[in-house]
Design a protein. Structure first.
Length: 130
């Protein structure tokens, strides 16, 4: 019987570190998956926020600036008005997005102005098609 206990002890001594390592790996992988999911959800929320802000800014500028100029016959393809409309949309977007969204753009894409320029122009094109 004593041999059985010694054999059991030897097996447990060999198996416990393996099982512990396996369990630790499972916990580590679960933590990494949770972190990735949380990070993806955060990024998704930031992208949604940025897109909504750009859309709202372009709509606002169209409503308050561009449409008034078009109705009065002053607005045309004059680049001065287009630049002014862009600057208004850019400032409005910058003022309405969170610091987290600004930081995300800067860390991910670098130049926030260039990134928002592309997004604003994309939204202007979409609104023109309506």
């Amino acid at each position: 019987m004593e041999i059985f206990y010694k054999l059991l002890a030897a097996v447990l001594i060999a198996v416990i570190p393996i099982v512990t390592g396996f369990i630790c790996d499972l916990f580590r992988k679960a933590a990494e998956e949770y972190k990735a999911k949380a990070n993806n959800e955060r990024i998704g929320a930031l992208v949604d926020e940025i897109n909504a802000s750009v859309c709202a800014a372009v709509s606002y500028v169209n409503q308050t600036f561009v449409n008034e100029l078009k109705d009065s016959g002053v607005f045309s393809e004059d680049e001065t008005y287009a630049k002014e409309a862009f600057e208004m949309a850019f400032r409005t977007t910058i003022e309405t997005i969170s610091d987290d969204a600004t930081q995300y753009i800067e860390e991910t894409f670098g130049d926030i102005r260039k990134y928002l320029e592309v997004k604003i122009e994309q939204e202007v094109l979409i609104e023109k098609k309506w």
